[in-house]
Design a protein around this ligand. Structure first.
Ligand SMILES: [Zn+2]
Length: 269
């Protein structure tokens, strides 16, 4: 930790109040662990709406109870005007969005981008952040990828875990999906954690194309986490698909509390 946040100070003060004035190495390790990738006490804004085929409303039932069980302080909104609320946007640690297509006003977009640049995390899956506001290129610059096709519609494909060291995908094996296989236009500076391979079946020219499925990146000081899995909520019945989102959400909520990670390695150099 480069600096002590107010929350950490409060936490430390509370521990001291409980009589734990001298932290043993073991309890220190536990506290440190709780500060890393924990949603406890984190302020999370959950915004849902847009095209109903991606089940934004149902997604609330999947993710909000879990976020609460993790100890997050939640604001749930079905209106992009939440991005206009400067006090809210200045205080959130993480924004989760499930909003496919639709339109965002310049002012709403400005509010969102400013909050993320200042260190709020931004996370979501499938079209909920990866195909949100097709006219807004700065928004797409933030996400790091934009959906362009899902050849064959709902199909069988596998997901390869390509980064076995990253905490989000650590210990995971490759797995299968029966869903839309997203073909995306990608920012080459994202850190790719999992991929999928296309065949020639529905588009001959993309045979053996390897496409990112899960990635992380920064936009300003804010952490961005994306997974293309989650066309419908039953996709999250695949254990790995749900676990990847949970771990990614925890990671993205840390921008304001953990040092910036660096990993950009130019792929075309
Ligand atoms: Zn879809």
């Amino acid at each position: 930790m480069l600096h002590k946040s107010r929350r950490n100070f409060i936490k430390t003060a509370a521990l001291a109040g409980a009589g734990l004035l001298f932290l043993t190495p073991k309890s220190y390790a536990v506290e440190k662990m709780q500060n890393n990738n924990s949603l406890k006490g984190k302020k999370v804004l959950y915004v849902y709406g847009g095209w109903s085929g991606h089940e934004p409303q149902q997604s609330v039932d999947v993710f909000v109870p879990w976020l609460k069980s993790e100890g997050a302080e939640l604001t749930v909104s079905d209106n992009l005007d939440s991005y206009l609320d400067e006090e809210l946007m200045g205080s959130v640690d993480l924004i989760i969005q499930s909003w496919t297509m639709g339109t965002i006003t310049n002012e709403q977009e400005k509010g969102l981008l400013k909050a993320v640049r200042n260190g709020a995390g931004f996370s979501g899956w499938h079209g909920g952040i990866g195909d949100s506001f097709r006219n807004n290129t700065e928004y797409q610059f933030m996400v790091g990828g934009q959906w362009v096709a899902h050849p064959g519609g709902v199909t069988d494909y596998s997901v390869q875990i390509t980064d076995k060291n990253d905490p989000v995908t650590k210990g995971m094996d490759d797995f299968k999906m029966h869903s839309e296989q997203y073909y995306m236009h990608i920012d080459p500076n994202v850190k790719v954690l999992a991929t999928t391979e296309f065949t020639a079946e529905h588009a001959s020219w993309i045979d053996e194309c390897v496409m990112p499925v899960v990635w992380k990146k920064y936009y300003g000081n804010g952490r961005i986490f994306y997974s293309s899995l989650g066309h419908v909520m039953t996709d999250f019945e695949v254990t790995e698909a749900l676990e990847i989102m949970k771990r990614g959400i925890r990671w993205a909520a840390e921008s304001k509390y953990s040092p910036k990670e660096t990993w950009v390695s130019p792929v075309y150099k």
